[in-house]
Design a binder for this molecule. Structure first.
Ligand SMILES: CC(C)(COP(=O)(O)OP(=O)(O)OC[C@H]1O[C@@H](n2cnc3c(N)ncnc32)[C@H](O)[C@@H]1OP(=O)(O)O)[C@@H](O)C(=O)NCCC(=O)NCCS
Length: 192
C-alpha cells in the first residue's frame, strides 16, 4: 500500500470529501450489480446520514482522494455498534485498504466503549449457498455451518470479514426478497 494513504474523520463540512465518498459507495455497489444506491445523489444522502452524531465516519485518503470509507453507529446502546457501510472503490480493492480501514474502525469503536460490532452483509446476487436455503425447513445453524461461495457470482465479502475475526451469528431469510438473505456477522472487541 502506498505511504500516501491516511485514515481521517470524514468531515460534514468537506463537500469534496462527501462527494468522493458518495462516488466510492455508488461505484462499489454498482460493480456488484447492486442498485441500493442508484445514483451518486442517493449515495450522497447516505453519506450525510452516516455523518449524523453520534455516528462515526472514517475515510481512507490515497493521493488526496477518498478511495474507501466506513461508518459505525450505535445499535444496542453504545455497547454494540453497527458497521454500515464499508466500501472500497473497485479500482482500489484487493490491496489491503478495506482491512486497514476495518481495523481503524474497530479501534474507534473501542474508544467509544463498544464491546462488539455487528454488520449485515446482504446476498442479493446469489453469491453464497444461503441464497438457495429454505429457512422454513432448514435450521439456520446448519445452513451457516456449510456456507459456501457460488462460483462465477460476484464475490460476497463474508470471507473478508471472517478473516478479520467476524463470525456469522444469524441470517435474515429473504431480507431483500426471495433468495436474498442478509447475513449477520459479529466480532467481540473485548481484550483487543
Ligand atoms: C469487501 C471490501 C470492503 C474489502 O475491501 P478490500 O480492500 O477489497 O479488501 P482487502 O484488500 O483488505 O482484503 C482482501 C482479502 O479479503 C478477501 N475477500 C473475500 N471476499 C472479498 C470480497 N468480496 N471483496 C474483496 N476481498 C474479499 C480477499 O480474497 C483477500 O484475501 P487475501 O488477502 O487472503 O487474498 C471491498 O472489496 C468492497 O468495498 N466491496 C464492495 C462493497 C462491499 O461488499 N462492502 C461490504 C458490504 S457489507
Amino acid at each position: 500500500m502506498s505511504d500516501a494513504a491516511s485514515i481521517v474523520d470524514l468531515d460534514e463540512t468537506d463537500a469534496d470529501g462527501r462527494r468522493q465518498a458518495a462516488e466510492v459507495l455508488y461505484e462499489a455497489f454498482r460493480a456488484l450489480g447492486n442498485r441500493t444506491w442508484p445514483s451518486v445523489a442517493a449515495a450522497e444522502k447516505e453519506v450525510s446520514d452516516c455523518l449524523q452524531p453520534p455516528r462515526l465516519c472514517r475515510a481512507l485518503v490515497l493521493n488526496g482522494r477518498v478511495v474507501a470509507w466506513g461508518g459505525l453507529r450505535p445499535m444496542y446502546g453504545t455497547v454494540t455498534w453497527e458497521l454500515h457501510p464499508l466500501v472500497v472503490h473497485p479500482d482500489a480493492q484487493g490491496r489491503g485498504l478495506g482491512g486497514r480501514l476495518l481495523t481503524d474502525l474497530e479501534h474507534r469503536a473501542r474508544q467509544r466503549g463498544a464491546t462488539g460490532i455487528l454488520l449485515g452483509s446482504d446476498d442479493q446476487t446469489g453469491s453464497t449457498s444461503l441464497s438457495a436455503v429454505d429457512f422454513s425447513t432448514t435450521p439456520v445453524g446448519d445452513a451457516i455451518a456449510v456456507i459456501a461461495s457460488i462460483p462465477g457470482r460476484p464475490p460476497h465479502p463474508w470471507r473478508f470479514y471472517a478473516s478479520h475475526g467476524y463470525r456469522i451469528v444469524g441470517v435474515i431469510p429473504d431480507a431483500n426478497g426471495p433468495g436474498e438473505p442478509d447475513i449477520l456477522m459479529w466480532k467481540g472487541l473485548g481484550g483487543g
